[in-house]
Design a protein around this ligand. Sequence first.
Ligand SMILES: *[C@@H]1O[C@H](CO)[C@@H](O)[C@H](O)[C@H]1NC(C)=O
Ligand SMILES: *[C@@H]1O[C@H](CO)[C@@H](O)[C@H](O)[C@H]1NC(C)=O
Ligand SMILES: *[C@@H]1O[C@H](CO)[C@@H](O)[C@H](O)[C@H]1NC(C)=O
Ligand SMILES: *[C@@H]1O[C@H](CO)[C@@H](O)[C@H](O)[C@H]1NC(C)=O
Ligand SMILES: *[C@@H]1O[C@H](CO)[C@@H](O)[C@H](O)[C@H]1NC(C)=O
Ligand SMILES: *[C@@H]1O[C@H](CO)[C@@H](O)[C@H](O)[C@H]1NC(C)=O
Ligand SMILES: *[C@@H]1O[C@H](CO)[C@@H](O)[C@H](O)[C@H]1NC(C)=O
Ligand SMILES: *[C@@H]1O[C@H](CO)[C@@H](O)[C@H](O)[C@H]1NC(C)=O
Ligand SMILES: *[C@@H]1O[C@H](CO)[C@@H](O)[C@H](O)[C@H]1NC(C)=O
Length: 394
Amino acid sequence: MTNTSIMALPSSILTAILLFSRLVSSQMDNAAECSCFRTNESSSGYFTNHRFLDYRNVAPVPSAVPNVITNITNATNALATSDFFVDSDWTQDWTVQNWNNSDSMESSGATVLMVNSPNNVYIEKSTDNDPTYSTYLTLRTARLPGFQSAAEIDSVEKDYHYVSARFFARVTGSPGACAGMFTYLANDDPQKIQEADIEILTKDPRNAVQYTNQPSVNAQGNILTQATANTTVPFVRDWSVWNVYRVDWMPGMTSWYVNGQSVANIAFQTPRDPAGLIINMWSDGGSWTGNMSLYDEAYLQIQWMEVVYNTSGPYTGSSKRDVGFGASGTLEKRKGTPGCKVVCGIDEKVNVTGTPALLYNNTGMAPMGWKGDGMGSMVWIPLLLVGGAIFGYF
Ligand SMILES: *[C@@H]1O[C@H](CO)[C@@H](O)[C@H](O)[C@H]1NC(C)=O
Ligand SMILES: *[C@@H]1O[C@H](CO)[C@@H](O)[C@H](O)[C@H]1NC(C)=O
Ligand SMILES: *[C@@H]1O[C@H](CO)[C@@H](O)[C@H](O)[C@H]1NC(C)=O
Ligand SMILES: *[C@@H]1O[C@H](CO)[C@@H](O)[C@H](O)[C@H]1NC(C)=O
Ligand SMILES: *[C@@H]1O[C@H](CO)[C@@H](O)[C@H](O)[C@H]1NC(C)=O
Ligand SMILES: *[C@@H]1O[C@H](CO)[C@@H](O)[C@H](O)[C@H]1NC(C)=O
Ligand SMILES: *[C@@H]1O[C@H](CO)[C@@H](O)[C@H](O)[C@H]1NC(C)=O
Ligand SMILES: *[C@@H]1O[C@H](CO)[C@@H](O)[C@H](O)[C@H]1NC(C)=O
Ligand SMILES: *[C@@H]1O[C@H](CO)[C@@H](O)[C@H](O)[C@H]1NC(C)=O
């Protein structure tokens, strides 16, 4: 198919093609033989897609951390800190942000102009005494004269409709910053934003982590205590060392884990509609983050992320009005055989971090009627049949 004919297609079909090609590439992400992925614990579920994003041994290993840019314009317009962030391996998953909060300072109670800078997103050479990684991804925030320089990356894909996301991360640096890892569906009305959050405040005790289904305050500005859980990192660990933070956004309930240990479950206000993922390290001098002292810095560092998810709606997200199933959803219903052929686990039996383990192989079995094989009542459509259905549509 030529580019010209792709361009001529209706956007809904184009979305379906992009979705399909993405599904295939996700499937190929070190789990080519798996047709679905199972998570463990009380929020266990099955998912169609898997991504493992590994920043542990990025080559070439960078020699130095980029210097903080002290000029607002230059910080905003900064280029990527290395080729790594220009390569499609990165850009297919993340967009590095450079927005500032000048429009929302008043409404959000910020006291400091915050500027997201691509210069604060970089691969850092490890000086830790651990041979399992030589690099990691760093998001930096720094308080400077006149502004707070911050870091944010947003997922390109914004059609996650239920997800289990894991981040092997640590937070270091000065008080006054917030490290965030969360699902996000924007809305102009702050009361209609949907988020399932992991937040670590550097002003808080070193073992305190906060989990929230946003919004955490109502329209009158009162705190919704049911939306939030303040917890501690289990096993006397703290957030300055590496921990696996896991958020399971499931229908009707968000569940959080640290190093496989359950830490919170919140049903109240669980996000409903397809969303993206955001990771950030920021401060705005408001009452939530507090202030950072001038020239102080803080860092969110990530060795790897693993995400299993389903999708619905347009790949790059919906406006609130057209949330729902796109062309692929309709087509999926039209064709396909129920059943997930090869079930892989991303928790159970995993020996190599990020590599799903085979749990059940139902290939060659009758599509219906297998019981006690761990599939429950899951109705599944093999990806290749979905693809066939999409291409059969033309
Ligand atoms: C900002 O960038 C300009 C070039 O675009 C450069 O001349 C200037 O020195 C930079 N300022 C700072 C403070 O880095
Ligand atoms: C920042 O750099 C721009 C040019 O890149 C310059 O016009 C501006 O005056 C600088 N701002 C400050 C505060 O130095
Ligand atoms: C903040 O962002 C807006 C919109 O992109 C831009 O017009 C404005 O110049 C930025 N403010 C500063 C201080 O860079
Ligand atoms: C959680 O802790 C924060 C301070 O870090 C506090 O503002 C908030 O009220 C607490 N929430 C609950 C539900 O206890
Ligand atoms: C679930 O999997 C995690 C690893 O991802 C593990 O640490 C945890 O112990 C498992 N939970 C149970 C109940 O087996
Ligand atoms: C942060 O500092 C500003 C002054 O620079 C002050 O107005 C504001 O109240 C401070 N915020 C907090 C949360 O202390
Ligand atoms: C994991 O390791 C164990 C022990 O070495 C081995 O028996 C098992 O087959 C491995 N599982 C996978 C999925 O590789
Ligand atoms: C599943 O079983 C089929 C048929 O027995 C076999 O061809 C395939 O390689 C198996 N897949 C895996 C991942 O073991
Ligand atoms: C993901 O999609 C599969 C196939 O439609 C479905 O069986 C499964 O329950 C979905 N998972 C979640 C968490 O909704």
